[in-house]
Design a protein around this ligand. Structure first.
Ligand SMILES: CCCCC/C=C\C/C=C\C/C=C\C/C=C\CCCC(=O)SCCNC(=O)CCNC(=O)[C@H](O)C(C)(C)COP(=O)(O)OP(=O)(O)OC[C@H]1O[C@@H](n2cnc3c(N)ncnc32)[C@H](O)[C@@H]1OP(=O)(O)O
Length: 187
């Protein structure tokens, strides 16, 4: 069973941005303190991304013991966090602009064991004004229960393009601040 997600009729599929790197190119974290992709966030997922075909990206992480929900398996919210990050990175690669998540819906298809290496394929399906429609699926590609032919979770999300004033409102509460050009992906 899967939940329903209907794309709008006036969806526009964007062109790849100029200078878009080739398939397989690594994508830098969008900010070092990000819980999803940052390398300066010790409890975070430290997801790593590469450019995929068209408007897609690929992301990976290993399910650490600290991400346990039910005994032996990933917590559902952690899986959603990874989808959020992957679909946000797809927006970033396709549109080269800042986005935030407006809505995210996940179907949990199979239990995912601790120690599994998850690979996400996430893409931009299209845009309507500031709304960016995205989708993603996850597979276990290494570790326990690995089978790259089995989809263990899927996600649909609506992201909204925002200006830098959106993040300016958070600076008073921020744990560190992006600054050196590593904060927003150059991809
Ligand atoms: C200081 C540190 C900064 C570091 C930042 C660094 C980099 C960031 C840059 C790029 C990011 C790169 C990669 C991203 C990677 C990971 C992704 C993680 C992202 C997150 O984890 S981020 C946290 C969770 N996220 C939020 O914290 C959002 C809270 N929220 C809001 O801030 C507002 O709610 C907002 C801005 C969403 C909209 O507000 P708004 O006033 O600007 O615009 P408005 O309401 O008019 O919506 C415009 C159109 O979107 C439709 N719309 C809106 N919401 C909808 C919904 N839920 N469902 C269906 N449609 C929706 C409307 O219906 C309208 O549609 P229409 O055009 O048809 O009228």
């Amino acid at each position: 069973m899967s939940s329903t997600w209907i794309l709008p009729d006036d969806l526009v599929v964007p062109e790849l941005p100029a200078g878009h790197p080739g398939v397989g190119a690594p994508m830098p974290e969008h900010w070092s303190k990000c819980f999803g992709c940052g390398d300066d966030q010790p409890t975070g997922l430290a997801m790593q991304f590469t450019v995929g075909e068209g408007l897609a990206v690929h992301g990976r992480f290993e399910v650490a013991k600290r991400y346990q929900g039910g005994p032996g398996f990933i917590h559902g919210g952690i899986l959603m966090t990874a989808f959020d990050e992957a679909q946000g990175m797809a927006c970033n690669a396709a549109l080269r602009t800042a986005v935030v998540t407006g809505h995210l819906g996940t179907d949990f298809k199979r239990p995912i064991p601790l120690g599994a290496v998850l690979e996400f394929t996430a893409r931009v399906d299209g845009v309507v004004r500031r709304k960016v429609y995205t989708s993603s699926e996850a597979r276990i590609v290494d570790g326990p229960l690995a089978d790259p032919d089995v989809v263990v979770g899927t996600s649909h999300g609506l992201f909204v393009v925002v200006g830098h004033e959106h993040f300016a409102k958070g600076t008073a509460f921020a744990d560190g601040l992006p600054g050196s050009g590593r904060d927003i992906s150059a991809v």
